[in-house]
Design a protein around this ligand. Structure first.
Ligand SMILES: [Fe+2]
Length: 274
């Protein structure tokens, strides 16, 4: 089974570049084109949150439209920049996504059972897996204890060592999540986003993969004479291709451009023709 894993599109509501600097529409088109050109095609595409930059009206619909060229089925979970109601409207609300307070569901039709979790809370600088959601997950895992299973959610459960990211860690429920992993060794992997950079780790022995962001990862580096900021692209858009076999799991991090580019607003947008 092939899983294309993309994260952190940060699509705006009107197509304007984020912060007037980062063209997330162009980055999303470029990643979608790269995934669409894969041969063989992935069986499924998982989007691990932050499809929108600020949950503006129309942003989730625009994200769905930008993802529409993908031929495999696309499944999404919310990130801290999203509004789950807008994602449900844009992508459809699944029958088992039954609780208004969190967006969780199970995809049964693939060799690997896929479970969407929702780590988003009202505060965009925090995250949680409340007890009711942990109980829901426990019940789902108990239904199929022998099936290979992958869980996808926005926030990775592990600490990153990056203080400002770890301040936004899952504050409630991550040990309980780990206790479930310890009981259910058929959970083969956890796929996340949020970090805007790839990072691998484990949580209670279960592999966790945080993907790179679709949005160019940038650093503000200074000011031009007119006062506008200069930006360095520290990582181009990327995605992960997970190849899942009966006894192995291989993850390839695919950046669209392997080198660092220095980019200022006065320079041509390198993704404009993508
Ligand atoms: Fe993000």
């Amino acid at each position: 089974m092939l899983i294309a894993h993309i994260a952190d599109l940060h699509v705006s509501g009107d197509g304007r570049p984020v912060h007037d600097l980062v063209d997330t529409d162009a980055a999303t088109r470029a990643v979608v084109a790269a995934v669409a050109a894969l041969d063989p095609q992935p069986d499924v595409v998982l989007v691990t949150g932050d499809l929108t930059h600020a949950g503006e009206p129309g942003a989730a619909e625009r994200a769905r439209a930008l993802l529409a060229p993908l031929r495999p089925p696309v499944f999404v979970c919310p990130g801290n920049h999203d509004r789950r109601g807008q994602l449900r409207t844009a992508f459809g609300r699944r029958a088992d996504d039954a609780d208004d307070d969190w967006m969780c569901y199970v995809v049964e039709e693939f060799p690997v059972r896929l479970i969407a979790l929702d780590s988003v809370v009202d505060d965009p600088f925090s995250a949680a897996l409340p007890p009711a959601q942990i109980a829901w997950l426990a019940a789902r895992l108990a239904e199929a204890p022998d099936r290979p299973t992958a869980i996808f959610l926005h926030h990775p459960p592990f600490d990153t060592g990056i203080s400002w990211l770890d301040e936004m860690r899952i504050a409630v429920g991550r040990d309980e999540l780990g206790a479930l992993f310890a009981r259910h060794r058929n959970v083969r992997a956890v796929l996340c986003g949020h970090l805007h950079q790839p990072m691998r780790g484990t949580w209670f022995g279960t592999p966790v993969f945080a993907g790179p962001s679709v949005m160019n990862r940038v650093a503000f580096t200074g000011r031009l004479p007119d006062g506008s900021p200069t930006v360095e692209v520290v990582a181009p858009p990327g995605f992960v291709l997970h190849r899942v076999g009966a006894s192995d799991w291989q993850s390839d991090i695919c950046f669209l451009n392997g080198h660092v580019e220095v980019w200022a607003p006065s320079l041509p947008d390198p993704w404009a023709d993508s």
